[in-house]
Write a protein that binds this ligand. Structure first.
Ligand code: NAD
Ligand code: UFG
Length: 346
């Protein structure tokens, strides 16, 4: 199959490209590199030994996107492209709605024009909002707690409407829990801009000596040790979930949401402890007040993905930390220096 991957140069996109290529699919990557670097795709090429087309464009540029569809016989689209920083979305809501919502509208218009109606969309566990009981099931009521989360909800609604208007649309809404880890080669991984907002990249940057200490956002939650609980999922498991979702959208028409998580929750202190053990590095930390908008716990009911996609996560918390540490210690500055040195150019 030939699959268009929007946002394919990003963290989850690169790992998914590797799995798609290894499974024998052809891919075309569309990315504007607003939050990624070309060298990440060179590494994908290196890992897989396969060539693929890359088109540098913004999703909102329908003309260029149309050219990509007219030059390629696309069977399905995996749509990762989006902005994802919760805090930034609060200060720049229009940028988030413009990029995430308007970008998706353009993509869907172009897909419709070219009669490509198989779509896998990157949604997020953030759509479960703040008042739901864990484990989160797909049929819970949804609510957005910030512009980023609302952009995901809006897109889910738009895609539902699209399917109602034409049942030929076949769509999987994948609600990711907390993606962490890296490819076992250590060649691709998460490379956040500036100081990371998320826990795992923060811990790994403390471990490698780039940051001094972890701030633990609250130890007074009603959880086993008072710190927040999340469902961390290895990015390679997540990538494999996309392969399963593509198979499903190709076979059946319809629109379905699926949680992609492990179904198990770990606290901030537990994750920090496992990371210390696997890296052999001390992670100094200080408990500070809760971060606004955080929930005490978030983990998935994963039974629907198991039942309908025949997918379940295989990698545990130790492997997630080992692979994160491998990537971080091999690439302390992410993709930056290697790109400058051109070490990974073919
Ligand atoms: P990422 O920022 O690493 O990757 C997103 C990619 O999309 C980047 O390469 C970026 O340059 C590109 N992009 C953004 N806007 C674009 C546009 N208008 N046109 C073309 N390219 C554009 O993020 P990621 O962690 O790989 O996340 C991928 C998707 O999964 C996002 O939609 C994100 O909201 C969603 N998601 C991520 C997480 C997470 O914790 N990483 C959790 C839930 C959902
Ligand atoms: N945390 C800290 N210190 C930090 C960062 C995080 O204590 O420096 C804590 C948080 O309070 C939370 C846990 O670590 O309890 C995980 O926080 P993350 O920021 O790593 O992840 P979130 O669950 O808050 O959010 C992430 C993405 C969202 C996405 C959500 C569900 O940032 O975009 O997962 O997929 F919506």
């Amino acid at each position: 199959m030939k699959i268009l991957v929007t946002g394919g140069a990003g963290y989850i996109g690169t790992h998914t490209c590797v799995e798609l290529l290894n499974a024998g699919h052809e891919i075309v990557v569309v990315d504007n590199f607003s939050n990624s670097k070309l060298v990440a795709l060179e590494r994908v090429r290196e890992i897989t030994g396969k060539l693929f087309e890359v088109c540098e464009t913004d999703l909102k540029d329908g003309k260029t996107l149309g050219r990509v569809f007219s030059e390629n016989q696309i069977d399905a689209v995996i749509h990762f492209a989006g902005l994802k920083a919760v805090g930034e979305s609060v200060s720049l809501p229009l940028r988030y709605y413009q990029n995430n919502v308007a970008g998706t509208l353009t993509l869907c218009e172009v897909m419709d024009k070219f009669n490509v109606r198989n779509l896998v969309f990157s949604s997020s566990a953030t759509v479960y909002g703040q008042n739901n009981q864990t484990p989160f099931r797909e049929n819970l009521s949804l609510n957005g707690t910030n512009p980023y989360g609302r952009s995901k909800l809006m897109i889910e609604d738009i895609l539902q409407d699209l399917h109602s208007s034409n049942p030929e649309w076949s769509i999987a809404l994948l609600r990711y829990f907390n993606p962490v880890g890296a490819h076992r080669s250590g060649k691709i991984g998460e490379d956040p801009n500036g100081i990371p907002n998320n826990l795992m990249p923060y811990i790994s940057q403390v471990a490698v000596g780039k940051l001094n200490e972890l701030q633990v956002y609250g130890d007074d939650y009603e959880t086993k040790d008072g710190t927040g609980i999340r469902d961390y999922i290895h990015v390679v498991d997540l990538a494999v979930g996309h392969l399963k979702a593509i198979e499903k959208v190709i076979l059946d028409n319809g629109i379905e949401a699926y949680n992609l998580g492990t179904g198990s929750g770990y606290s901030v202190m537990e994750l920090t402890q496992v990371f210390e053990n696997v890296s052999g590095q001390k992670i100094p930390y200080k408990v500070v007040k809760r971060r606004a908008g955080d929930v005490a716990e978030s983990y998935a009911d994963v039974s629907k993905a198991k039942r309908e996609l025949n997918w379940q996560a295989k990698k545990g918390i130790v492997e997630m930390c080992i692979d994160t540490w491998h990537w971080q210690s091999k690439n302390p500055n992410g993709y930056k220096c290697t790109e400058e040195a051109g070490a990974f150019k073919n």
